[in-house]
Ligand binder design. Sequence first.
Ligand code: ADP
Ligand code: MG
Length: 237
Amino acid sequence: MGRMISIASGKGGTGKTTTTANLAIALGKLGKKVCAVDADLTMANLSLHFGLDDAGKTIHDVLIEGGDIREAVHPTKYELVYVVPAAVDWEHVAKADPRELPEVIPKLKNDFDYVLIDCPAGLQIDAMSAMLSGEEIILVTNPEIASISDTMKVGLVLKKAGREILGFVLNRYGKNKNDIPPEAAEEVMEFPLLAVIPEDPEVREATLEGIPVVAYNPESKATKAFFELAEKLVRME
Ligand code: ADP
Ligand code: MG
């Protein structure tokens, strides 16, 4: 029985998809069988991080046709790491009903050690449905007060809904002089700080190549931080 972990945030662009892809590969390298699910049905881009272009069956096909999500699981070039991609064309996006995600995604639980669910931002129905498909939650925020308070809001709603909030990832730290430091962020947040991922130009460089940074450069600062996060999750098992 695997862990079902939703990767969530208040605002878009905090680094949820980047965290999903890198954490998946880091957990794979630690010997865990992982499935990363693109549950951001309208702004899907998880496949890009894995360098998959036409991936075949998508989560949209499953939602539209009513099939089993296990038919939309695709291997990646990383050992033990699998992906459920999403469609990007409007026709699929318009037809798929996100409210069915909490029925569809949990079918993966028995096949993997970790299912990481890359969610849309916010508290709209598409985001709520994706986030509630998981049992545990990792929040991703940037070191700015608006990002932190919106992400905390999401965490409190999910906690009320009975999900276990593992804590938050402070991503892109060190980009600006007035970034909120980790200790202060943790004080505001009410949830534990899981990891600080530094602002690292190699993250973008790697993504452009279709290779998450943990595979692109094992020595980069962000890689080390993603591995620390993965190790922490394994210790929490
Ligand atoms: P989200 O999925 O939350 O919308 P993304 O993962 O797509 O966010 O990240 C948004 C942008 O920020 C991307 O261009 C990504 O490359 C960049 N980014 C994310 N994390 C970092 C980081 N630690 N350092 C530098 N750039 C980052
Ligand atoms: Mg995203």
